[in-house]
Design a protein around this ligand. Structure first.
Ligand code: ARG
Length: 464
């Protein structure tokens, strides 16, 4: 039986009827629809609308549906997941199944189902982000005190520890975890009892329904609760940020795996060959992560466009907000799965990185800093070391290979101390303010990151 045929004398255009259905995609919300229906049934019984025996039959039937396989979209008469549950309930429990819709509306149901879905996805994806960050952290520990060049403008700038570079990514994913947690906290209110728009017409215990579904409290305003999709937008924005960070990570590794850089060796399990060029090993996994990121951003835009300018409260446009949420969470989850496996099997060429870290005048700033410590004004020191670099370029050598006479020609007084300040280990060590790349700082940063991550992993376990 249809959910709304009474006032119509003509049947719907069949093309339109099919076109407006959401069951092909909202089927996946079934577990949440059933959980919300259980909470509603309990409230109906408390309100005296369902007798004890009717409640028992309803609850048993809902449990039975939950045990069944996710239905495929073979019956064109099923409009959406809410309709499916009502039809199946009537098949299993009889006429009492038609009582469950008392005092509720699909408008509050879809708002509730989607919140429950997003909340579960936040927990699952946060666990994946934490796992991926954990793989980066393991590589950072394994990198020891090996160094590499850090770049600004993609030009060699200063040497850093490989671990320091990796920890930069861990920071990005920490921010994503906190964004997801923030979104979870804000969405955790229960729309049940909001009715179609003005609130329910029955004395339903909204607090009890919220509690049963692990929401912190009922939503405060029925128009807002049924017309709001901010939680979906915030979630997909947080996923966009995960995707953004994954794309930067992927791009950097693509670059570092080239023959020109040669800092990392692509794991064969995550690479493909070329059908034409026998020598090729291509970074397809990374390229697909980078490429899919664009599709995630598109889902955010799609959500904004669907909600933009909508009057309060429910409008059918809101049905269009489901697929971007489903697509983005499914895609980001798959990207994270591949990225974690990739990171765990990535091989670093530390020798090459270390060698690169010692070339290209990356000790120039440390040289200037040495002169500053000796009382030379920085702008002067910058100029003098710059002259020395120019001389190096003429002579095709590094700063530490210039003789004391060469330095003197540039106006730099070079003692043994000065030459010491130019060695890679001293250049690294001098960056010893917290957050810098000196080995002592990086050791502390590794410990801090490990501790912070263990909190997220505990939270992820607690939510699972
Ligand atoms: N399938 C609909 C959706 O996802 C459910 C809500 C329908 N409400 C209505 N008033 N037609 O938005």
């Amino acid at each position: 039986m249809k959910m709304w045929s009474g006032r119509f004398s003509q049947s719907a255009n069949s093309g339109f009827e099919q076109w407006q259905r959401s069951f092909p995609f909202d089927r996946v919300l079934l577990p949440y629809e059933l959980a919300a229906s259980q909470a509603h049934a309990a409230a109906l019984s408390k309100a005296g609308v369902l007798g004890p025996e009717e409640l028992a039959r309803t609850v048993l039937a809902l449990e039975q549906i939950a045990r069944e396989e996710l239905p495929s979209d073979t019956n064109p008469d099923i409009e959406d997941v809410h309709h499916y549950v009502e039809m199946r309930l009537v098949e299993l429990a009889g006429e009492v199944g038609y009582k469950l819709h008392s005092g509720r509306s699909r408008n509050e149901q879809i708002a509730t189902d989607l919140r429950l879905f997003v909340r579960a996805q936040i927990d699952a994806i946060s666990a994946q982000v934490a796992e991926f960050a954990g793989e980066i952290l393991k590589q950072a520990y394994a990198a020891g005190e090996n160094a590499m060049p850090a770049y600004t403008h993609l030009q060699r700038a200063e040497p850093v520890l490989v671990a320091h570079w990796l920890l930069a990514y861990v920071e990005m994913f920490f921010r994503d975890l906190s964004r997801l947690a923030d979104c979870r906290q804000r969405l955790n209110q229960c729309p049940l009892g909001s009715g179609a728009v003005a609130g329910t017409v029955l004395p339903l215990d909204r607090d009890a329904m919220a509690l049963q579904l692990d929401f912190e409290m009922p939503t405060a305003n029925s128009l807002d609760a049924t017309g709001d999709r901010d939680f979906a937008i915030e979630f997909v924005q947080a996923l966009s940020s995960v995707a953004l960070h994954l794309s930067r990570w992927a791009e950097e590794l693509i670059l570092y795996s080239t023959t020109e850089f040669g800092f990392v060796r692509l794991p064969e399990q995550f690479s493909t060959g070329s059908s034409a060029m026998p020598q090729k090993k291509n970074p397809d996994a990374l390229e697909l992560v980078r490429g899919k990121a664009g599709k995630i951003f598109a889902q955010t835009t799609a959500l904004f466009m669907s909600v933009k300018g909508l009057t309060l409260a429910y409008n059918k446009d809101l049905q269009e907000t489901q697929q971007p949420v489903l697509t983005a969470s499914e895609q980001v989850s798959s990207m994270l799965r591949i990225a974690a496996g990739f990171m765990a099997s990535l091989d670093f060429d530390y020798q090459r990185m270390q060698r690169a870290a010692s070339h290209g005048f990356m000790n120039a700033q440390a040289a200037a800093a040495y002169l500053v410590r000796k009382g030379v004004p920085f702008r002067r020191a910058h100029e003098l070391v710059g002259k020395a670099v120019r001389l190096c370029i003429e002579k095709d050598c590094e700063l530490e290979q210039l003789s004391p006479q060469d330095f003197e020609r540039c106006g730099v007084e070079s003692t043994e101390d000065f030459y010491n300040a130019l060695t890679l280990s001293n250049v690294l060590a001098v960056h010893n303010a917290p957050g810098g790349t000196a080995p002592e700082c990086v050791r502390r940063a590794l410990r801090d990151a490990k501790e912070k991550l263990s909190l997220y992993v505990e939270v992820a376990h607690a939510c699972a």
